[in-house]
Design a protein around this ligand. Sequence first.
Ligand SMILES: [Zn+2]
Length: 205
Amino acid sequence: MSNRNVPVVLHFNNSAIGVKDDKQEAYILILMRRYSLLGIEHPTHKRVAGVTSRLLIANIKVDEIRKRRWSSVVVNNPSNCNAFVMPNGFIFVFSVLAAVANDDQLSIIVGHEMAHCILRHMDHRRSLTTRRSHETEADRVGLELAANACIDVTQGYQLWETLSKLRGPNTRIWWLKTHTTRKSRARYLYSLIPATMELQKQAGC
Ligand SMILES: [Zn+2]
């Protein structure tokens, strides 16, 4: 790991990782050893952090958003295209996924991961059926969170089209692998557009 990643370590130390979060902290440390994490001054990290901040500010009235301490981390790995969240509010976005998504799509990705966290989807073992219903729920709530931040809500289903074109021998699209049934999800995100646009009217977007 290069020196430029050191500020990220300090960033972690400064955030609220309590004793009960030991397992999560251990996992973060494993990830840090295995992959290079972008430093907090890196433009991609700043972009992801900016999108995350915008989502948090726009949704500050949501208890589960306000009460939690959120952190965003960019994993610098050219062959994995992924994003995930941990119960302690650490949002991991892989650099490939950040690179292919425009800012609105990035907001929808981060919103989706935030939704998993605030809906406590990671707190128990999930069957395939449960996982699918969680994905649907995170798609809806995530798009609503992003809508409150006045992003272009039509980018949700377009994101899935962008990702499907990414398939290649050198890129493992984990976000697609764990987020199955692409076509039906694109349709679902498309169906959410009128309701989320209504939310945006109320939010004064
Ligand atoms: Zn998900």
